[in-house]
Ligand binder design. Structure first.
Ligand code: AMP
Ligand code: GLY
Length: 422
C-alpha cells in the first residue's frame, strides 16, 4: 500500500524509517517532510493544515493510509475531514478525530475527562474571565509553586510554573487577557506535583491497545536540566524506574480507564495516546495527554519496536488491533538531538550540514533540515537526532555521542549529560 506521513520533524522521519521496513509498503510519502525524509520517500509540499491540498495529493498519489504526526492537524479535524469526504472516506487514517484530539487540544477537557474517569491527576480549577475571582481564591488555597496552563494548543509554551502568589495572580490575568491568544481564554490552575517524568505511549483502535516502549525525554536546553524548555534535547528508553510494578499501575489506573472512558463517552479513537506521567512516590499521575507520538521520544522508542509497524497502524486504523501482536526489543535505545546554537531562543538557519555520511552504528533522523542544491542545510532549532542501541544507557549514549561529533554544522549544540539522573 501507499502511505503518507503528515509532518516534517524527527518524529516523522523516524516513523517513516520504521514503516519503510514493512513488506506491506509500496510507496512512502511525506507532507511536507524534510531533507532526511526525501532520502526514504517522496516529499509533497503542503502545510499540514491545508486539508484541500492534502486531499489532492492523496488522490494524485493513490495513498491508502495517512499517518498524522503532529497534533495541529488532528485538533483541526483532519480525520473528520477525511471521514466526511466521499472520495477520502475509505482511506485509513491513523490519528484521532476532533473529539478525541481534545485530550490534547483542551487541557480543561482533559482534566474533566480524568475526573469523570477517576484517573489520577493533579487537583485543578479551570478559570475564565467569568470566574477570575474564584481563580484567585483557588490560588490562595495552594502551596507554591503554582502551575498555570493555557487551555488550548500553545506550541508547547503554554505552561507556566511560578514561585510567588503575587506573580501567579498577575500571570493568570495576563493569560486570560490573551498572552497565548485564544488558547489562554481559559486557564487551568493546577497543583504542583513533584517527581520524575516518564512518557508512556499506546497505539489504539479505541477498544484494544498495545503499549509501546516508554521513554524519558530531556526538555531543558542546559546540562543538569537547567535553562529554558525546548521541544526535547534527547530521549532514553527503557526508563529504569518504570519497573513492571510501576507499569502495572500505569496500565490499570491510567491506560485502561482512559480507553474505557473514550468508549463510554462514544469517542472513536484510532491512533496514538501519549501519557505524560509523573512518578510521585511510586504512583503515576497524568501531567498531560497528547494525541500523537512524542518528539524526540519516537526517535528512541521506534528502535525498540520489533513487530511490523504497518501491521499495527492498520490494526489501529481499522479496529483490528486485537488481532495484532507487538514485540519489543529488550535493548536500550537513546537519541541525542543536535540543535542550532541559540535555540530555543533565536538562531540562524541555512547552515551547511556535513558528516552524516560518516556516521557508523547510529541512525540519523532529520528534524529541521532542508535540501539546498546538492547539500543539506539547517532550517530549524532542532536539526538532527542521532539514535543508537546499546546494552546499557551508557553504551548507547557513547555511540550516539561519538557520531554527534562527526556531524558538523556551524554553532551545533547538544547536551552531553543525557541520562545523568538515572
Ligand atoms: P505540559 O506542556 O503539560 O507537558 O507541561 C510542561 C511541563 O511542565 C511538564 O513536562 C512538567 O515538567 C511541568 N508540569 C506540568 N504540570 C505540572 C504539575 N502539575 N506539576 C509539576 N510539573 C508540571
Ligand atoms: N517530547 C515531548 C512532546 O513531544 O511533546
Amino acid at each position: 500500500m501507499n502511505i503518507l506521513i503528515i509532518g516534517s520533524g524527527g518524529r516523522e522521519h523516524a516513523l517513516g524509517w520504521k514503516i519503510k521496513q514493512s513488506s506491506k509498503v509500496e510507496k512512502l510519502f511525506f507532507a511536507p517532510g524534510n531533507a532526511g525524509t526525501s532520502e526514504i520517500g517522496t516529499n509533497l509540499e503542503t502545510s499540514v493544515s491545508d486539508f484541500q491540498l492534502i486531499k489532492k495529493l492523496v488522490l494524485d498519489n493513490q495513498i491508502n493510509m495517512v499517518v498524522v504526526g503532529p497534533e495541529v492537524p488532528l485538533v483541526e479535524g483532519i480525520h473528520d475531514y477525511f471521514a466526511g469526504d466521499e472520495m477520502l472516506k475509505n482511506i485509513k487514517v491513523v490519528g484521532p478525530k476532533k473529539a478525541g484530539a481534545l485530550l490534547e487540544g483542551s487541557k480543561d477537557f482533559a482534566k474533566d475527562f480524568m475526573l469523570r474517569n477517576n484517573i489520577p491527576t493533579a487537583r485543578y480549577l479551570t478559570v475564565s474571565s467569568e470566574n477570575l475571582k474564584e481563580g484567585t481564591a483557588f490560588l490562595k488555597t495552594m502551596t507554591p509553586p503554582f502551575v498555570l496552563k493555557a487551555d488550548g494548543l500553545a506550541a508547547g509554551k503554554g505552561v507556566l510554573i511560578i514561585d510567588s502568589l503575587e506573580e501567579a495572580e498577575k500571570s493568570l490575568k495576563e493569560m486570560l487577557g490573551g498572552q497565548f491568544g485564544a488558547a489562554s481564554s481559559k486557564v487551568v490552575i493546577e497543583e504542583f506535583l513533584s517527581g520524575v517524568e516518564v512518557s508512556v505511549f499506546v497505539i489504539t483502535d479505541g477498544k484494544s491497545y498495545k503499549i509501546l516502549p516508554e521513554a524519558k525525554d530531556y526538555k531543558r536546553i542546559g546540562e543538569g536540566d537547567t535553562g529554558l524548555n525546548t521541544g526535547g534535547m534527547g530521549a532514553i528508553s527503557p526508563v529504569p524506574f518504570a519497573t513492571p510494578e510501576f507499569m502495572e499501575k500505569v496500565e490499570t489506573r491510567i491506560i485502561q480507564p482512559t480507553i474505557n472512558g473514550l468508549q463510554k463517552e462514544n469517542i472513536e479513537y484510532n491512533g496514538f495516546i501519549f501519557f505524560g506521567l509523573i512518578n510521585v512516590n511510586g504512583n503515576p499521575f497524568v501531567i498531560e495527554y497528547n494525541v500523537r507520538m512524542g518528539d524526540p521520544e519516537t526517535e528512541a522508542v521506534i528502535l525498540r519496536v520489533k513487530s511490523d509497524f504497518v501491521d499495527l497502524l492498520e490494526g489501529a486504523a481499522t479496529g483490528t488491533l486485537h488481532e495484532k501482536n507487538i514485540e519489543i526489543d529488550p535493548r536500550t535505545a537513546v537519541t541525542v538531538m543536535l540543535v542550532s546554537g541559540g535555540y530555543p531562543g533565536s538562531y540562524e538557519k541555512g547552515k551547511k550540514i556535513t558528516g552524516t555520511g560518516n556516521v557508523e552504528n547510529s541512525i540519523v533522523f532529520h528534524a529541521g533540515t532542508q535540501s539546498h542544491g546538492n547539500h543539506v542545510v539547517t532550517s530549524g532549532g532542532r536539526v538532527i537526532s542521532v539514535s543508537s542501541y546499546g546494552l546499557s544507557v551508557k553504551e548507547a549514549l557513547e555511540i550516539s555521542y561519538k557520531n554527534a561529533e562527526i556531524i558538523h554544522f556551524d554553532k551545533k549544540y547538544y547536551r552531553k549529560d543525557l541520562g545523568f539522573d538515572l
